[in-house]
Design a protein around this ligand. Structure first.
Ligand code: SF4
Length: 324
């Protein structure tokens, strides 16, 4: 089997929420999350806000240090076996806030050229590369290269942020709600650009979004997170047509349909997610699950293999093979 380009192994991240000694409280943002990324694939990550998807992204790119667990790049453990500097060249991130990601005092050319210069490229070489990349993301270098962040629209700034990520010649890009702040028409253009770049450069994406329609459009596989855990993961085609976790079913039922005749007016997911400081015992979804039964409140469900490459952490799938 091919070595995954990037993999997360039992990642745990708890944030302090105050208190001392026995009364110390922690937010269990990410709890025992594991997954793998094959070269060239796009893994979509979905879930309500506070489910841990952005924390997982930051752990993956090493912007946060996990309490336990590890990240491997091409089979090597980041840190002990692969220095952080080498890893950062290979795995880049694009954030939702296109403005905050750019230095307001740098021109767009300098912003893109900055990374390669830090990693040893000559100024002329880095500038040439920045011009080529601006052109590639659809911005005329002669017109946009000398501009500052406030002189660009949100869509143009996000194109610059994509060019900045590409300037390192990475193999993986983690996109955290990267198109969520854009108008629908601009969002579609940036998504098309991302798909073209993936094809041209053999890139691998982790695509985090609250928009299930967009995730379906761009992803090969999808991971659904709930209260810091993986509820379900599988190929986008089977996860969207035959979900096996009640939480995924509820999310999909709440998804706005593009077909006006099929729009749902109900809210299948009642209430807010429970407090991650004190998550429910057993299956964390049991307090909101319409299908909860005997073991759900006390026993943590394993990841059950429900189809090829498709896992769901729900006791309803107990007759299936357990893989974790
Ligand atoms: Fe619902 Fe139980 Fe499945 Fe959790 S394990 S999703 S509570 S049926």
């Amino acid at each position: 089997m091919n070595t995954p380009i990037l993999s997360a192994h039992n990642l745990v991240k708890h944030f302090s929420a105050g208190g001392f000694g026995a009364k110390r409280k922690v937010v269990r943002a990410v709890d025992d999350v594991s997954f793998e990324l094959a070269r060239g694939e796009t893994l979509g990550v979905v879930g309500e806000s506070g489910c841990g998807k952005s924390t997982t992204a930051r752990l993956l790119v090493q912007l946060l240090t996990p309490n336990s667990g590890s990240v491997r790049f091409d089979g090597k453990v980041v840190g002990p076996e692969l220095p952080l500097k080498a890893f950062r060249r290979q795995v880049q991130m694009v954030f939702q806030d296109s403005f905050a990601s750019l230095n307001p005092r740098m021109t767009m050319i300098d912003s893109i050229a900055f990374g390669p210069t830090v990693h040893g490229a000559s100024a002329a070489e880095a500038r040439r590369k920045a011009q080529d990349l601006l052109d590639r993301v659809g911005l005329d270098p002669a017109r946009f290269g000398g501009r500052y962040a406030h002189e660009l629209s949100g869509g143009q700034r996000q194109r610059v942020n994509i060019a900045r990520a590409l300037a390192f010649d990475p193999q993986v890009i983690v996109l955290d709600e990267a198109v969520s702040a854009l108008d629908k028409s601009v969002e579609a253009q940036v998504l098309n650009l991302l798909m073209d770049l993936r094809r041209e450069r053999g890139l691998t994406y982790v695509f985090i979004s609250h928009d299930l329609n967009v995730v379906r459009h761009i992803s090969d596989r999808v991971m659904v997170m709930y209260l810091g855990e993986v509820a379900e993961i599988g190929p986008a085609s089977s996860l969207y047509t035959a979900p096996r976790h009640p939480y995924t079913k509820a999310l999909l039922a709440a998804m706005p349909s593009l077909d006006p005749d099929r729009r749902t007016h109900e809210a299948p997911l009642a209430g807010d997610p429970p407090n991650p400081i004190d998550p429910p015992s057993g299956c964390r979804f049991h307090t909101r699950c319409a299908q909860a039964f005997g073991p759900c409140a006390t026993q943590v469900p394993s990841q059950f293999a429900v189809a090829k490459g498709h896992l769901a952490a729900c006791h309803l799938n107990r007759s299936e093979e357990t893989v974790a």
